[in-house]
Write a protein of this length. Structure first.
Length: 178
């Protein structure tokens, strides 16, 4: 008698992409982006500039650069999204009624959207008001970008390069999980 063995069949289950799946992916991708954004912010504000030199003029000067505006918008949106997602988990732990859960989740999303939009309007609205500002640090001028008069193609190139780098990281990390 001959024994025959068959190799086990490997099946892949089709997983539907629900809202929770997309939120999970966004949290992973934006978390990767948040690490350099947050540490870059800390290094710039605490080490390079120094907290004793940060005032309204410095913030207005910094926001006169499109690259810093995009940086701060990304930092605001991603960090606040992570906080609201944590709150969403707390709500799902303590609120058992599905209708209330859904209502609170929508409310948290709207709060996130409104606050991010308010922050974006404040950041982008300051650009027109504070054209041509400089921030002096002792004898040297501190420049981390392009001034308002130079913001054309160069600022756009910086912004595109930032998004290409972040987008590439998203594709790599998102594509690695199959």
């Amino acid at each position: 008698m001959t024994a025959t063995t068959s190799s086990p069949t490997v099946r892949k289950a089709a997983v539907s992409r629900t809202l929770d799946t997309w939120i999970w992916l966004f949290m992973r991708w934006s978390g990767v982006a948040l690490i350099p954004l947050a540490w870059g912010h800390v290094i710039l504000q605490d080490i390079i500039v120094g907290v004793h030199r940060i005032n309204l003029d410095y913030v207005a000067w910094r926001w006169s650069f499109i690259s810093w505006q995009l940086y701060d918008i990304a930092l605001l949106g991603f960090a606040f999204a992570h906080g609201m997602n944590g709150l969403r988990y707390v709500v799902s732990d303590y609120v058992r009624n599905p209708t209330w859960q859904k209502a609170l989740n929508w409310m948290m999303f709207i709060v996130w959207l409104v606050f991010t939009l308010i922050g974006g309007v404040a950041i982008f609205g300051s650009r027109a008001l504070h054209a041509g500002l400089t921030f002096e640090r002792g004898d040297e001028a501190v420049g981390f970008g392009l001034t308002m008069s130079d913001t054309g193609a160069a600022s756009l190139a910086i912004a595109i390069a930032l998004f290409v780098i972040l987008g590439g990281a998203f594709v790599v990390f998102g594509g690695a999980r199959k």
